[in-house]
Design a protein around this ligand. Structure first.
Ligand code: ADP
Ligand code: ZN
Ligand code: ZN
Length: 839
């Protein structure tokens, strides 16, 4: 990875700097330079939040990114108006990381800041003012001037005002001196609207009053006084049962939360009476949303091959910053991670473990929680913002020295990482697709580790081409685990020829004979079955048999997907939906049939073929709510289901001992996708889903249905020969100039008018063709989907030479070209979306 800036730019030596570059939450290419008033010199820290004026009217909150002594050349620097933080919100390593990310992924640092801070800490809105509740206006009347009084009057009517509102109240341009004076007089408070969003969770707890808790006699008296008052007595007994006051008087201090006390049907009014009579008291505490758990199990003892791999990883870390751990499915990579994490934590450094999508890998999280308990934080994509802020603060305070999280957890405020582990490092979901920054979390993690002088461990059974290539070049270390843990053997493959079965009349509802037989065997032995169907390009749609009509989205150029369950047609790009028509809207025919084969249809076919089996389906539809995924997994894990039909979700890290048969419904559909990564992805997906089979004693059976059993890649997957597959594919990558041999940049030009979008894209193309560097410019072509949300799209693909600072030069020119184009009136509302290393 190129390092695109030098340390000297960021941390100039010497004090008495006169200028600060501020990261602002607006889409401008760079930080903006402000002057540091002399009086503020001592308050200026990297990472602190400040208030500055931006443009003519706006007052924004930003973060200090750099301090230096160079006045800006193109404009007169305005002074920083206010420093908000005593201690910085963001540490220097984070800022360095943001700067790198904006550079590398061709986006604005404000956009990185926006992605990095949880909404609860985000600084995108303007500052607001409110009355200071402690201010006594009567007493201070003589201190205020007329304009200040006008502002306070306005705040009497409206609890909060923005800077702009205040300017309107006084009809003047620069409101800041007045507000500043009001702050000094302690008449108003300035706050961040969004920061207010964070609300600590408060719990009401009940305890005995101290006099009673510390004296057995007093307690006895209380009991006597409650004779005949059964309800109150019951509450007291419940309390004493849960809080052992008699044995341990200090246990009374924490008390019991009110909800627990009332849980067995005791009435709130009894509790109130007890409080009124001075027996109980109630108090409030701020509690963590994230439950405390103590470790409950020791790490497993490593097998000899795991131990050897563990030692080898450590050995390689002595000379390599990054190591790829290539271990077949079921080899027990998690246990090796656990040992690594333990050692690094013991040495006093922090650890981050990245997982593709935590909701999809709860098994591993549960396993880790058992070992690491409450020093481990979990950063979930389905968490509420409050929960995220708590993880953030937990990292800041040192409560969490270890975090397991999804891709956005690379932005947490770590200050001393020792190790980052990227599990399933090949996963496409590590790439953020929209909005900017369009970062690859694996690649970014390697850079983040570099800034911390930490190590990165990449783990996968099917490494990405990039990582495997880097390992083969000696850039990364490489450690292999070729056997499954324990007695488990690798699964046995069967290529099931659908075309042959069709000819012989053996194909029933798209199942081959061998698939049916294997399922039948498993059911007879009370074993479980997973059926996988690739999601991409596989949505069922409705077509008229008479005229060929298909439902199209009104805003996008895609067919609407048919959802049998809700009887709707839906657009998967923009969310548009309509009721499924009962007759063809074009010709009126009632002969509408479902085309394509989604998991819903497969589930239906299987229940016709195996009426006695208990079948469920796992896909985006059935797991939409927060617990849907977990519920299905629990059902399946406890043996209440025989067959689980699913999309990509069932391929990821699931470890169920009773699964012996895995059916891949349509292998060809995985492979036939117009993308240079299609082969790599298909290899990965088939190997991963096959890896769910036979993870204990019984050998797994994998049935791969195909119309083309001769496909070379199938043979390589079956042999488990990643190396052969890689060598074959990498040859094509080199020949046709694809990553890892070039760096790809995709630029999408968007506009509501087809002609304008096309013209802008062509102009961009000509501009890019003239940039004096080694490169290939392809396109512009209509996007795979030509129109999304009423925006037409054209895509250009640029293949850049990886050497030297080609990307930097390219980027500088690209900015100029797009900026110049956007100054032309006709292209004013054209958008250019840049995606570096698209996936
Ligand atoms: P991978 O992530 O490499 O596919 P897992 O970490 O899920 O493999 O391990 C596969 C199975 O083997 C799991 O059920 C795990 O608990 C078990 N296992 C792996 N290593 C050990 C060990 N050293 N001791 C006990 N069980 C282990
Ligand atoms: Zn029709
Ligand atoms: Zn749409």
């Amino acid at each position: 990875m190129e390092s695109l800036f030098s340390d000297q730019d960021l941390y100039p030596s010497g004090s008495g700097n006169n200028f600060a570059d501020i990261i602002l939450p607006v889409p401008i290419p760079r930080m903006f330079t402000y002057s540091i008033p002399y009086s503020m010199q001592s308050e200026i820290n990297l990472g602190s939040r400040v208030i500055v004026q931006f443009g003519k009217k706006k007052v924004l909150t930003g973060i200090i990114g750099i301090v230096h002594n160079k006045p800006p050349q193109a404009y007169q620097a305005k002074p920083i108006l206010e420093v908000l933080d005593d201690t910085p919100s963001v540490n220097p390593l984070q800022i360095r990381f943001w700067v790198w990310m904006a550079e590398y992924y061709f986006c604005h640092i404000g956009e990185v800041m926006h992605a990095a801070l949880p909404t609860g800490l985000r600084l995108s809105s303007e500052s607001k003012v409110q009355l200071n509740p402690n201010f006594n206006r009567e007493e201070s009347k003589y201190l205020l001037d007329t304009r200040e009084i006008l502002i306070l009057d306005a705040l009497d009517n409206q609890p909060e005002l923005s800077y702009e509102d205040c300017e309107k109240v006084l009809s003047i341009k620069s409101i800041h001196p007045i507000l500043k004076s009001l702050v000094k007089k302690e008449a108003i408070l300035i706050f961040e609207k969004v920061q207010e969003k964070y609300t600590p969770k408060v719990e009401t707890r009940i305890r005995l009053t101290p006099e009673i808790a510390t004296s057995k006699n007093a307690l006895q008296e209380v009991f006597d006084s409650l004779a005949g008052k059964a309800k109150q007595e019951s509450v007291l007994l419940k309390y004493l049962r849960d809080v052992p006051v008699l044995q341990k008087p200090q246990s009374n201090e924490k008390g019991l939360d009110k909800a627990t006390l009332l849980e067995e049907g005791d009435s709130e009014s009894s509790v109130k009476t007890l409080i009124k009579n001075g027996i109980f008291e109630s108090f409030k505490v701020v509690v963590n949303r994230l439950a405390e758990e103590e470790p409950e199990s020791e790490p497993a003892v490593l097998s000899s091959s795991q131990q050897a791999a563990f030692e080898e990883v450590k050995h390689q870390f002595e000379s390599k910053q990054t190591v790829l751990l290539h271990g077949v499915t079921g080899s027990g990579k998690t246990e090796i991670y656990i040992q690594m994490i333990r050692e690094v934590l013991d040495s006093g450094s922090q650890v981050l473990l990245l997982l593709p999508e935590i909701a999809l890998t709860t098994q591993i999280v549960t396993r880790l929680k058992k070992v690491f308990g409450s020093q481990m934080g979990v950063y979930h994509s389905k968490y509420s913002d409050n929960e995220r802020v708590e993880v953030w603060n937990g990292v800041l305070s040192g409560r969490f020295s270890f975090v397991v999280g999804v891709r956005s957890s690379i932005f947490l405020p770590f200050d001393s990482l020792g190790l980052i582990i990227v599990d399933e490092e090949h996963e496409a979901s590590y790439k953020q697709f929209d909005p900017a920054p369009r970062f690859q979390a694996r690649d970014s993690a390697i850079m983040l580790a570099y800034f911390h002088q930490a190590r990165t461990l990449l783990g996968s059974a099917t490494p990405s081409f990039e990582s495997y290539f880097n390992a083969s070049q000696g850039k990364f270390g490489y450690v292999e685990l070729t056997h499954r843990f324990g007695d488990a053997s690798m699964p046995q493959f069967h290529l099931a020829d659908m075309a042959a079965d069709r000819r012989k009349n053996l194909l029933k509802l798209d199942t081959t004979r061998v698939l049916r037989e294997k399922i039948q065997d498993a059911l007879a032995k009370q074993e479980q079955v997973l059926i996988f169907q690739n999601r991409r390009g596989y949505s069922p749609y409705i077509q008229c048999e008479d005229c060929g009509w298909t439902g199209q989205c009104v805003q996008c150029d895609v067919s609407l997907t048919y959802h049998q369950f809700s009887e709707e047609l839906r657009c998967h790009y923009c969310g548009y939906k309509e009721k499924t028509p009962s007759s063809c809207p074009a010709c009126g025919s009632t002969q509408l049939t479902t085309m394509g084969m989604g998991t819903e249809r497969i589930e239906e076919s299987l229940s016709l073929l195996f009426p006695e089996a208990r079948i469920a389906r796992m896909d985006l539809d059935t797991t939409r709510n927060k617990h849907g995924y977990q519920r299905l997994l629990d059902e399946f894990g406890s043996g209440n289901l025989d067959i689980l039909v699913g999309t990509q979700m069932i391929t990821k890290g699931l470890d169920f001992g009773r699964v012996t048969v895995v059916g891949i419904w349509d292998g060809d559909r995985i492979l036939n996708f117009p993308d240079f990564r299609a082969g790599e992805r298909a290899y990965q997906q088939i190997t991963q889903v096959a890896g769910r089979a036979g993870r204990r004693e019984a050998q797994g059976q994998v049935i791969l249905q195909t119309r083309d059993p001769e496909t070379q890649m199938y043979a390589q997957v079956i042999k488990g020969d990643y190396f052969e597959f890689f060598n074959h594919e990498i040859h094509d990558r080199k020949k046709f100039y694809y990553p890892p041999f070039v760096k790809l940049v995709k630029i999408t030009t968007r506009h509501a008018d087809f002609k304008i979008a096309e013209k802008a894209a062509l102009n961009l193309h000509h501009g890019m063709a003239e940039i004096p560097i080694k490169k290939i410019v392809l396109g512009p072509e209509k996007g795979i989907i030509a129109r999304i949300k009423n925006q037409y799209q054209f895509e250009s693909l640029i293949k850049l030479d990886r050497s030297g600072n080609t990307p930097v030069i390219f980027k500088e020119h690209l900015w100029k070209i797009t900026e110049e184009l956007k100054t032309r009136p006709e292209f004013r509302s054209v958008r250019f979306v840049v995606d570096v290393d698209p996936s």
